[in-house]
Write a protein that binds this ligand. Sequence first.
Ligand code: M6R
Length: 369
Amino acid sequence: EKGGYATFMEKEINDQPHAVADTLLGRTDASGRLVLDELRISEEQLKAVDRITIVACGTAAYAGMTAKYAIEHWTRIPVEVALAHEFRYCDPIVNERTLVVSISQSGETMDTLMAVKHARDLGALTISICNTHGSTIPRESDAVLYTHAGPEIAVASTKAFLAQITASYILGLYLAQLRGGSFADDAQAVMKELAEVPGKIETLLGRMGRVKEIAKFMADTRSVLFLGRHVGYPVAMEGALKLKELAYIHAEGFAAGELKHGPIALIEPGQPVFVIVPSPTSEHGLHGKVVSNIQEIRARGARTLVIAEEGDESVVPFADEVISVPATSQLLAPLLTVVPLQVFALWLSTAKGLDVDQPRNLAKSVTVE
Ligand code: M6R
């Protein structure tokens, strides 16, 4: 059942090319146009949407944060991401033109369910992105877009995260196509690029030996920091969450631009810091800005573990380790850059002799508020 792997988590990390490929499957017609008949919401209703709120918890919320960048870029509809338990009790501004998108692997998370019910009571249109057929959240929503990651057994979410990003991107591209704005034609090009991602994850998985080595020698580490920018920011937060839940060590993800506003004071000699570097081709010169951040923390003694696009030599002088990921466009990069962070958490937990699949104090689905 673990497919020859020692843990479900290792198996599920290695299942990720399929999780993405299967989630993409059957969502385009022969000409490459997105077709989401399964949504069962009229095109008129969807076209009328003027605000999107994504509600989710934990890893699913980080998938939502990633989706915000993509959906806003493609549709120009304002997207807000709310932790479901905060949304429910903050007197949210929601009406019939608001699309509330919930993201949940299990479909049973009580916090997320309560948020969806509340949104419906307020008249919002609700779509659930979910991995579990027949679960409660899809039943309580107007429509569902299933992720096809297959059952996820390990408490720490991995393949569901990639499938959630994929499904929310499909939804964003579909909305862009429906609205017919300037981006509509590009939706098909992005779908083609997404179709290449599973092969790239496969390539990346083949390179994870070094990450395992790094983790093995870090069993005594007491704190790890993660920095990222734009879509690299939620990836940094997800990397930190994986490490907290699996290795029980203090870990924190920051937006790299925030470093100088406080967190840089945490840097002392030997502090390990993962940095997710945007592609050198990213918009707005973000690459150069993150490379400067690496220089700044390196100068203060940080041990820099740098995740960068393959062929990006500019990071080499400031990196203690470079982990190369295949090139892809800026918005799709999280589907690759998060993988080394998952692998790192898996092997650090293993190095500490901990229970990878069943970390202490946690349940796979949190069915209480
Ligand atoms: O089943 P859900 O996607 O609704 O679960 C949400 C969170 O509880 C979940 O992602 C949690 O943060 C994971 N254990 C993270 O690895």
